[in-house]
Write a protein that binds this ligand. Structure first.
Ligand SMILES: Nc1nc2c(ncn2[C@@H]2O[C@H](COP(=O)(O)OP(=O)(O)OP(=O)(O)O)[C@@H](O)[C@H]2O)c(=O)[nH]1
Ligand SMILES: [Mg+2]
Length: 458
């Protein structure tokens, strides 16, 4: 998006703010300098600020479109920070569109997706994480995700970022002062307070990253991919976890070819489960393609489940190759092998830190409860894990990680050089990375990308 589309133009924008369909009420929202005059033309009445008034709505040609409520918010005390008019009409598709057309013919233009939120951001009503929290609240797949998005909308994430930011500002002030008063810099550097402050900041940043990562995971839903040898029971396990016959199950090895996806929820966490082709050396071109797709799915997984037939427990070499994600090993078909269901104690590495292993039967459902617990544990979203009080996005995690890399390098450099000037520059960079999260240092194209993913009318 070009920068001029983000500048505060004087257009008045209009959009239907409610889902279009049959319903009790629809709301048209108008924002900008013409909002009140459009309200006067549409209602032919004088509406007081923040006092809903029941009026008729007139089309440009004088026809009455509907009767309903008109509500005005005067800038800056509105969602966008501009004059805003809301028209609440009856919830029919035609009547709502007629009313929107009337607003457009009286001088408003149709809003772009996310343009109301964009204006709220540009007018300092909300910062970027709040705007993203708003979009995430509307799209939240689970109650937990909605709760966290709501917290972000209210500023919980911005507050956490700003707390770390404040530490940086304090340090920057300190360093700049030390550079200006070189005699004191010697004392100040030798005291080691400075390194301590940097290390504290490192810790605060690490906590924030793990919270943001979990917040992002809950918002977008976790990707779990199943892999294993042909016939191990991957598709059967998929059907058992999804509680329905999503994937075809047969006793012919090589049944599944495409990656089959299904959304499920475990303890309120949204999960996208992918069943894949069994990994083996295949001669059939379709199966080879299926195996390639299975490998590609593994690369994007948050957790990998490796399904093993408990009667012939050999590992599939390809599946456990280079993937660094948490791996859960499932010993399946215990109804045939006779093993007890649940978490299996293993010590396949010398330190006993092998992947978590769970014994189940995908046919009888034994052990599935334990598997679900283990999955939640691997995602780091179980109740024992520190809670994440806000929603976040991958974008935030990326910015935080960049800041972390800068900070780690800065600490190392400072330990060696003890040079205030270098540190001042490093801190400035870290400050800018964190600023990109809340939008204090946002590039226009970044803003365009964020707001264009919103729906129209928001
Ligand atoms: N008794 C028993 N049979 C099972 C179990 N899980 C799977 N099976 C059977 O094993 C066979 C293979 O199951 P699938 O779920 O198709 O195996 P898959 O891993 O998806 O196989 P591919 O798609 O070919 O890679 C079927 O006949 C299933 O009924 C189980 O827990 N117990
Ligand atoms: Mg299968």
């Amino acid at each position: 998006m070009s920068s001029d589309s983000l500048s505060l133009d004087q257009d008045t924008i209009a959009a239907i703010a409610t889902p279009l369909g049959r319903g009790g009420v629809s709301i048209i929202r108008v924002s900008g300098p013409e909002a009140f005059s459009i309200a006067t033309l549409l209602t032919r009445s004088t509406v007081q600020i923040r006092q809903p008034l029941l009026t008729r709505f007139f089309a440009e040609d004088g026809d009455v479109i509907d009767t309903g409520l008109t509500l005005l918010f005067q800038r800056p005390a509105s969602f966008t920070g501009e004059d805003v008019a809301e028209f609440h009409c009856h919830g029919g598709v035609i009547v709502t569109n007629l009313l929107l057309e009337a607003c457009l013919s009286q001088g408003a233009r149709l809003a772009r997706p996310g343009e109301f939120s964009e204006r709220a951001f540009l007018n300092d009503k909300i910062d970027l994480t709040q705007a993203e929290g708003l979009a995430d609240l509307i799209d939240a797949p689970t109650k937990q995700a909605a709760r966290q998005a709501s917290a972000s909308l209210q500023g919980a994430f911005s507050d956490a970022v700003n707390q770390v930011n404040q530490r940086i500002i304090n340090l920057r002030v300190y360093v700049e002062a030390a550079i200006d008063f070189p005699e004191e810099e010697v004392d100040f550097l030798s005291e080691g307070h400075f390194v301590t402050s940097l290390l504290e900041m490192q810790e605060a940043l690490a906590t924030l990253i793990s919270q943001a990562r979990r917040g992002a995971l809950l918002g977008r839903g976790a990707q779990i991919v199943m892999t294993g040898a042909p016939n191990a029971g991957k598709s059967s396990l998929m059907n058992q976890l999804a509680n329905q016959a999503v994937a075809i199950v047969t006793d012919i090895p090589g049944t599944t070819r495409d990656v089959i996806k299904q959304s499920i929820a475990i303890e309120g966490v949204a999960i996208q489960l992918s069943d894949t082709a069994g990994i083996r050396v295949a001669t059939d071109a379709i199966e080879q393609e299926g195996i390639q797709r299975a490998q590609a799915a593994l690369d994007t997984a948050d957790v990998i489940i490796e399904v093993i037939d408990d009667r012939e427990p050999q590992e599939t070499e390809l599946s456990t190759g280079d993937n660094s994600q948490p791996l859960v090993r499932v010993l399946n078909k215990i109804d045939l092998s006779g093993r007890a269901p649940g978490v299996v104690k293993t010590a396949d590495k010398k330190d006993g830190s092998g992947p978590l292993t769970v014994a189940v039967s995908a046919v009888t459902g034994e052990g599935i409860d334990s598997l679900e617990q283990v999955i939640i544990q691997c995602l780091g979203v179980d109740e024992a894990a520190p809670t994440t009080p806000f929603s976040a996005r991958e974008r935030h995690v990326t910015c935080l990680k960049r800041a972390q890399v800068e900070l780690n390098a800065a600490i190392e450099r400072f330990k060696i050089s003890q040079a205030g000037e270098l540190l001042a520059e490093d801190l400035r960079k870290i400050h800018a990375e964190l600023g990109a999260i809340t939008g204090a240092f946002g590039a226009d194209d970044l803003l365009g990308e964020i707001f264009s993913s919103f729906c129209i009318g928001k």
